[in-house]
Design a protein around this ligand. Structure first.
Ligand SMILES: [Fe+2]
Ligand SMILES: [Fe+2]
Length: 162
């Protein structure tokens, strides 16, 4: 194994977070599909795929470094929301939390002078800037149109091709 045991464990925990996030976005997508908000559903299905890709990227890295993949238990996703805004707020909060987790991993990699893991994580640092910004925009739009006019978000998504 060419990374520390501590780093290996931290990456496994991150894999769990990415998969939990993938599951949550699936459930959020289904919630929007249930409200016939197809573009919002499509947006979250796509986000879910991306989160799974993030988990795969970390799994591949552990394999490359001769580490051990141990996917942790993943809690149930949330399935009901009072409003679209609440569902999007959960996604935004989750992206902020994942960003903090990636930053903590990077801090550990720097501390350990683990340059390979730092390079691998740099992609995630950049990706999180994008992810938080996208969810922040979605949240701003949802707040501006309000629950009554949430259908307007569909038009926004068609126009923006998010
Ligand atoms: Fe992610
Ligand atoms: Fe994400």
């Amino acid at each position: 194994m060419r990374i520390s045991t501590k780093m290996n464990a931290a990456i496994n925990a991150q894999i769990g977070m990415e998969l939990a996030s993938s599951n949550q976005y699936l459930n959020t997508a289904a919630y929007f599909a249930g409200r016939a908000l197809r573009k919002l559903a499509e947006f979250f299905f796509k986000q879910s795929d991306e989160e799974r890709e993030h988990a795969l990227r970390l799994i591949r890295y552990l394999n490359d470094m001769d580490g051990t993949v141990e996917i942790p238990a993943i809690g149930a996703a949330r399935s009901s929301f009072d409003s679209a805004e609440e569902a999007i707020q959960l996604a935004y909060d989750s992206e902020v939390k994942i960003t903090a987790s990636i930053n903590a991993l990077m801090e550990q990699a720097i501390e350990e002078r683990d340059f390979a893991t730092q390079e691998m994580l740099r992609w995630f640092v950049n990706e999180q800037v994008e992810e938080v910004s996208t969810m922040d925009d979605m949240l701003k739009i949802a707040r501006q149109v309000g629950e009554r006019n949430i259908i307007m978000v569909e038009a926004y998504l068609v126009h923006e091709e998010v």
